[in-house]
Design a protein around this ligand. Structure first.
Ligand SMILES: Cc1ncc(C[n+]2csc(CCOP(=O)(O)OP(=O)(O)O)c2C)c(N)n1
Ligand SMILES: [Mg+2]
Length: 570
């Protein structure tokens, strides 16, 4: 008999899934499992808030292409995780949340007056794909498999496992609850889909005069950006991506249509005869895949490829739905197209669409040239960041209007080069996403462009970044307020003296907060100071914060504000 603790069994279950890193805040209850992590080659990242820890794990999961693991203490610690899980659930990112609970005698069910008794399993249910309490240690491996299976099958998402603290130090016979590798307990690839349907899709695409391809985040999750682009190039098709999948097609590609280039994208899609949608549910920011943002589904053929059967035909009717792994399916589809037709040289009417794009770009440029009355034009801050960072940088956006400037003036060129809380607009995710991303890809530069309000939510994670040696660069646009809400008041017709609750203290120095935590910090008051400061921030080799004083008036009137509202009214 091989005797180990349930805590060690827990770690073995993580190892079976290939977990190399986990996030969280320690509690005495966790000691029996965390103590084994180093021996199994699992690095623990000690965070400063459980919500932040989930965001770190989410940023990590997106870039690493692996589940993010987070643990939290009974009661408040695990409750703090829940807000973070709501993000991962909405965004469709796999997180395994582990919550210790207090002894079952007092908490299952709550006796009344018990220490740290919170019904985490029920609270997590609507924001996870699986949520369960481990009542018998013998079922631990099985429930862990169920959690990973749920998190990683179909559209990914979070799962929660709760475990009573008295179970973890218990010594047990490991032979009675075998642990085996991931490939033996869940689908690791959905394959290329039904070959007959791939042939049908290839037939339509080969005959199409105006094919159009749209990529969702599923393309990134399947590592299929190269295959997506190859098919688009072979067909000389127009291409677009969802907001979350930005970078799946380099945004300087001649046949790429940006989400906020709304008129050109809508027209190109409306005039297509065959539309291929890969790894996207066509949600709200995609205009639901319907007119006026897209063509009439009755007049065009729609092919949809998705790993999740439940996402097929969800928002736009399809003519052909293929449940498959995006990369395998795109490879098979491209080969089948190549057997039918020669590569196409040109996209019909590209010039006409590009005229519309140029008009939109022209309008956007006006914002860049506006002179600030004090501080910096936030658009110039973003444009200079863009010019500075290499093509393979990972850019993280956070904040209100700051994100609109970021979206307008910072094209993304590489897959997995862009992180933003698309489904939630969840302030405070930026810094933790950036740290998680850098942990997953230490060789790629990571820049977080954030509002001052947004940075405040999880700013203590700078200490995490310093301690764990994760040099991310944070560029904070300081307009001393919740800028987007100033815009919302103005938009609704209220003058500045009626703007309740939008001001933040002008005394706050984010550069000094960073320095106070041992990070690099510098203040920028004029645009000429920006690039040299950015260079020094990167050269410091430490986590860095550039406090950029932006003109509050300019920041209250960013490009794209109306378009963002407009999209959400379709
Ligand atoms: C967690 C969370 N709380 C509140 C909001 C509502 N909200 C959206 S934008 C915004 C203002 C953001 O201010 P800041 O981060 O400073 O960026 P700015 O608009 O000033 O550029 C607020 C409060 C939200 N989206 N998320
Ligand atoms: Mg602000």
């Amino acid at each position: 008999m091989s005797e180990i603790t349930v805590g060690e069994l827990f770690i073995r279950c993580l190892k079976a899934e290939g977990i190399e890193i986990m996030f969280g805040i320690i509690d005495g209850a966790h000691v029996p499992f965390v103590v084994h992590a180093p021996r199994y080659g699992i690095r623990h990242i000690n965070c400063r808030h459980e919500e932040g820890a989930v965001h770190l794990a989410e940023g990590y999961a997106r870039i690493a292409g692996k589940p993010g693991v987070v643990f939290a203490s009974p009661g408040p610690g695990a409750a703090n995780m829940l807000a973070g899980l709501s993000s991962a659930y909405a965004e469709g990112h796999p997180i395994l949340a582990i919550a210790a609970t207090r002894r079952r005698m007092t908490t299952d069910p709550d006796r009344g007056g018990a220490w740290q008794a919170t019904d985490l399993v029920e609270m997590a249910r609507p924001i996870t794909k699986f949520s369960a309490l481990v009542r018998q240690w013998e079922r631990l491996p099985e429930l862990m498999r169920a959690a990973f299976r749920a998190a990683l099958t179909g559209r990914p998402g979070p799962a929660l496992i709760a475990i009573p603290d008295e179970l973890l130090p218990t010594r047990v016979d490991a032979g009675k609850a075998p642990v085996y590798p991931a490939a033996r307990y869940r689908m690791t690839s959905m394959g290329a889909g039904d070959p007959a349907w791939i042939e049908q899709a290839a037939e339509w695409l080969a005959q199409a005069r105006r094919p159009f391809l749209h990529a969702g985040k599923g393309v990134l999750w399947a590592d299929a950006a190269a295959e997506f682009g190859a098919l688009g190039d072979y067909l000389a098709a127009g291409m677009s991506t969802s907001m979350g999948a930005r970078g799946a097609v380099p945004e300087d590609h001649p046949r790429y249509f940006f989400l906020l280039d709304m008129q050109a994208a809508a027209l190109a899609r409306a005039e297509a005869d065959v539309v291929l949608v890969v790894g996207s549910r066509l949600g709200e920011y995609d205009g639901w895949g319907l007119p006026p943002a897209w063509g009439d589904p009755a007049q065009q053929k729609t092919i949809q490829i998705d790993v999740d059967a439940g996402s097929i035909g969800l928002n736009r009717p399809v003519d052909l739905g293929i449940v498959a792994d995006a990369r395998s399916a795109l490879r098979a589809l491209t080969a089948a197209v190549q057997r039918r037709t020669a590569p196409r040289a040109e996209m019909a009417d590209l010039g006409r669409y590009r005229e519309l794009s140029a008009q939109t770009m022209g309008q956007a440029r006006q914002y860049l040239t506006a002179a600030p009355t004090r501080g910096v034009n936030p658009g110039q801050m973003v444009a200079q960041t863009h010019a500075f960072c290499p093509r393979d940088a990972i850019t993280v956006l956070d904040g209100g209007n700051t994100t609109l400037w970021g979206v307008a003036y910072h094209p993304i060129y590489e897959p997995k080069g862009f992180l933003y809380s698309v489904k939630m607009g969840y302030l405070g995710t930026g810094l933790p996403f950036a740290i998680g991303a850098k942990l997953a890809a230490p060789e790629r530069p990571v820049y977080c462009i954030t509002g001052d309000g947004a940075l405040g939510f999880n700013i203590m994670e700078l200490e995490t970044a310093l301690r764990e040696n994760v040099p991310v660069v944070v560029i904070v646009a300081v307009d001393e307020g919740w800028g987007m809400e100033r815009t919302a008041y103005t938009f609704q017709g209220f003058p500045p003296e009626q703007h309740v609750g939008v001001e933040l203290a002008r005394q706050t120095s984010y550069d000094l907060i960073a320095q106070g935590m041992g990070c690099y910090g510098e203040r920028v008051e004029a645009i000429e100071q920006f690039l040299p400061a950015l260079g020094r921030a990167v050269a410091s080799g430490r986590p860095a914060v550039l406090h950029v004083a932006v003109d509050p008036a300019l920041n209250s009137d960013p490009p794209g504000y109306k378009q963002f509202r407009q999209i959400r009214m379709l």
